[in-house]
Write a protein that binds this ligand. Structure first.
Ligand code: NDP
Ligand code: GDR
Length: 348
């Protein structure tokens, strides 16, 4: 039985990856942080699933605390390590740059050191990001596109990317980067733009919301896929003969505005845009009700305008392709939020 250690297991990707590996027969160990209220809603179903009782374990630890990482690696003796933990919000990283760098950049280095010292045969996956391309030097972006990070988060991820390459070259570690483009799901954190939109749409649909949804830059374009598809790519990256780095994305790009438009159309509302810049508003074409406003609080000091993957290497070498299309992704997120709200509301 293979053993995997996952940092960030309580997050969106960690929870999908844990499910995926448990279904494959792995013993899965996850690193969790202590918090004043429980942060395990995304993995509770795995803990209560009888099939996984003897194969699913959690360990307290933190990427800022090297001792806890050494302890986790020593105790679990993993075959595969997936470093998914991060302060992962780009906007927040402008407010907490030092903390973000400590966790994202030095955190990855601390974990690589623990692996080098205690489990050098283990295969290591680093959650790298399309944010590395930032002010993109070309469109679409491949493994060969130069990096130009645009936020403290992306700068920290750049360090983690090169630390991973360096440990591969210097110590022969089987260390790989997955340069993943945005991937979403009903488990996406509520302050990322897709989930923020789908949750608000669900609130309008169920009559729980009156005030408009406030968004930042509507023109930003992203390559959005479904998180459940992307964790398979992470695993495939570690199953290859040689360690390497891969771009993972759909190859399509859509704006925040398009995402918004499509999400509202799921509940039968056609958005009509009026005004410009911070005065711009999205209205219900039928009733004239203002549903979306622009709020400069959500603008970033430096923005990433356009991301679009060139995922040919992943397709050719890993045999990986996304299964969920953009319209399907929007639909499944809106429907899941409506279902969740309806359940909560009925329970009152
Ligand atoms: P989430 O924000 O959903 O999850 C982040 C995870 O990291 C949580 O489990 C969180 O724990 C944990 N964490 C945060 N800080 C620490 C710390 N100091 N020590 C230990 N654990 C910590 O992120 P995603 O699942 O969306 O992303 C997973 C990884 O992939 C991240 O590294 C992200 O930067 C990267 N990435 C994500 C992409 C995406 O589109 N989702 C695209 C490209 C890269 P807690 O629950 O306690 O907060
Ligand atoms: P991103 O995701 O920064 O790409 O990072 P996010 O959903 O936060 O932003 C995407 C784009 O939407 C614009 N935007 C808004 N963003 C948020 N959060 N809230 C808003 O109200 C809003 N309005 C417009 C943003 O300016 C941006 O252009 C995600 C994270 O998962 C990272 O960890 C990961 O590395 C990258 O994806 C790939």
């Amino acid at each position: 039985m293979k053993r995997a250690l996952i940092t960030g297991i309580t997050g969106q990707d960690g929870s999908f990856l844990a499910e995926f590996l448990l279904e494959k027969g792995y013993e899965v160990h996850g690193l969790v942080r202590r918090s004043s209220s429980f942060n395990r809603a995304r993995i509770d179903h795995l803990r209560s699933d009888g099939r996984f009782r003897r194969r699913f374990f959690l360990h307290y630890g933190d990427l800022s605390d090297a001792d806890s990482l050494h302890e986790a690696v020593r105790q679990t003796k993993p075959d595969e390590v997936y470093n998914l933990a991060a302060q992962s919000h780009v906007g927040v990283s402008f407010h907490q740059p030092t903390y973000t760098a400590d966790v994202v950049a030095l955190g990855a280095l601390r974990l690589l050191e623990a692996v080098r010292q205690l489990a050098p045969e283990a295969r290591y996956y680093q959650a790298s990001s399309s944010e590395l391309f930032g002010k993109a030097q070309e469109v679409p972006q491949s493994e060969k596109t130069p990096f130009h990070p645009r936020s403290p988060y992306a700068v920290a991820k750049l360090f983690a990317f090169w630390a991973t390459v360096n440990y591969r070259e210097a110590y022969g570690l089987f260390a790989c980067n997955g340069i993943l483009f945005n991937h979403e799901s009903p488990r996406r954190g509520e302050n990322f733009v897709t989930r923020k939109i789908t949750k608000a749409v669900a609130e309008f649909a169920t009559g729980l919301r009156e005030e408009p949804l406030a968004l930042g830059n509507l023109e930003a374009r992203r390559d959005w896929g479904f998180a459940g598809d992307y964790v398979e790519a992470m695993w495939l990256i570690l199953q290859q003969q040689e360690p390497d780095d891969y771009v993972v994305g759909t190859g399509e790009t859509h704006s925040v505005r398009e995402f918004c438009q499509l999400a509202f159309s799921e509940i039968g509302i056609e958005l009509q845009w009026e005004g410009q810049g911070v005065e711009e508003k999205g209205l219900d074409r039928k009733t004239g009700k203002v549903l979306v406003v622009v709020d400069p609080r959500y603008f970033r000091p430096a923005e990433v305008e356009l991301l679009q993957a060139d995922p040919r290497k992943a397709k050719e070498r890993l045999g990986w392709q996304p299964k969920v299309s953009f319209p399907e992704l929007v639909r499944l997120m809106v429907q899941a939020d409506i279902q969740e709200l309806t359940k909560k509301h009925q329970g009152r």
